[in-house]
Write a protein that binds this ligand. Structure first.
Ligand code: ADP
Ligand code: ADP
Length: 232
């Protein structure tokens, strides 16, 4: 069974003249250990799909299932627990806690879940992401790209079953972006984590196993491997 799936997912914003059909009956499945890129023009529904799959917003109709849980069947407490224990988020707004150091921000999900904090594991992940020297700094002392990498480390440290990433390489230089994408590939292929990434960058999508192309709120293409160039 898919780790994440959606059935006839529809999202409509506004009413009457101002109505926007952001998603039109999208059905898709994401296997455990699969790294999927979601591409498509601006306004095609990528962010909306990602937010619905992650349970951050509710659909107008249709359903989302994560690891056998129908999201509509969960109350707020259960949804919060699912998010905390099973999901990781790499979004554009970093949401770092300003009063905590980079290391403390990265540790936060482990502490919230009552898990053991392995300082060595944080060191290794931070090194791989090029922020080891910055672990004792507060967010405001870091560049945008460094803050993003702290947010990435925070999302990956607890090895969540499913990781949602919205333009994760957007604020990164080429080399760091590649390292992040390789970390995400490793997470999928070595640790069986399911990765769903929205990106505008074909070079980033090339790291994924599969690329979904959204056009006008529908899946226009579902491509395996790095053969998105066929339709570009
Ligand atoms: P993408 O991520 O591909 O750029 P979005 O999912 O952000 O696309 O948006 C899809 C469509 O829905 C766009 O036309 C956008 O303007 C609209 N939209 C997204 N969020 C809202 C919202 N909260 N209220 C009204 N319209 C929205
Ligand atoms: P990006 O494509 O860079 O991720 P978006 O332009 O899609 O960013 O928008 C980010 C967020 O802003 C969306 O998740 C949505 O909730 C909100 N949003 C987008 N378009 C609209 C809109 N027309 N009206 C209100 N909110 C919107």
């Amino acid at each position: 069974p898919a780790a994440v799936s959606c059935q006839e997912l529809t999202k409509t914003y506004g009413t009457g003249e101002a109505q926007v059909h952001a998603l039109r009956s999208v059905t898709a499945g994401f296997a455990a250990g699969e790294f999927t890129a979601i591409m498509g023009p601006s306004g095609s529904g990528k962010s909306t799909l990602m937010h619905l799959l992650a349970g951050l917003d509710t659909p107008t109709s249709g359903s989302v299932c994560i690891e056998g849980n129908q999201l509509t069947g969960l109350n707020d407490k259960q949804l919060t627990k699912l998010r905390r224990d099973r999901l990781g988020f790499i979004f554009q707004s970093f949401n770092l806690v300003p009063t905590l150091t980079a290391r403390e921000n990265i540790e936060l999900p482990l502490r919230l879940a009552g898990s053991k904090v392995d300082a060595g594991e944080i060191d290794r992940l931070a090194s791989r992401l090029g922020i080891f020297e910055r672990l004792a700094h507060l967010p405001h002392e870091l560049s945008g790209g460094q803050q993003q990498r702290v947010a990435v480390a925070r999302a990956l440290i607890s090895q969540p079953a499913v990781v949602f990433a919205d333009e994760p390489t957007g604020a990164l230089d080429l080399r760091t972006g590649r390292e992040l994408l390789q970390s995400m590939q490793q997470a999928a292929h070595e640790r069986n984590q399911t990765i769903i990434m929205v990106t505008h960058d074909p070079a980033a999508a090339a790291f994924a196993d599969r690329t979904l192309i959204l056009v006008d709120g529908q899946i226009a293409h579902d491509l395996r491997g790095a053969n998105y160039e066929q339709i570009a």
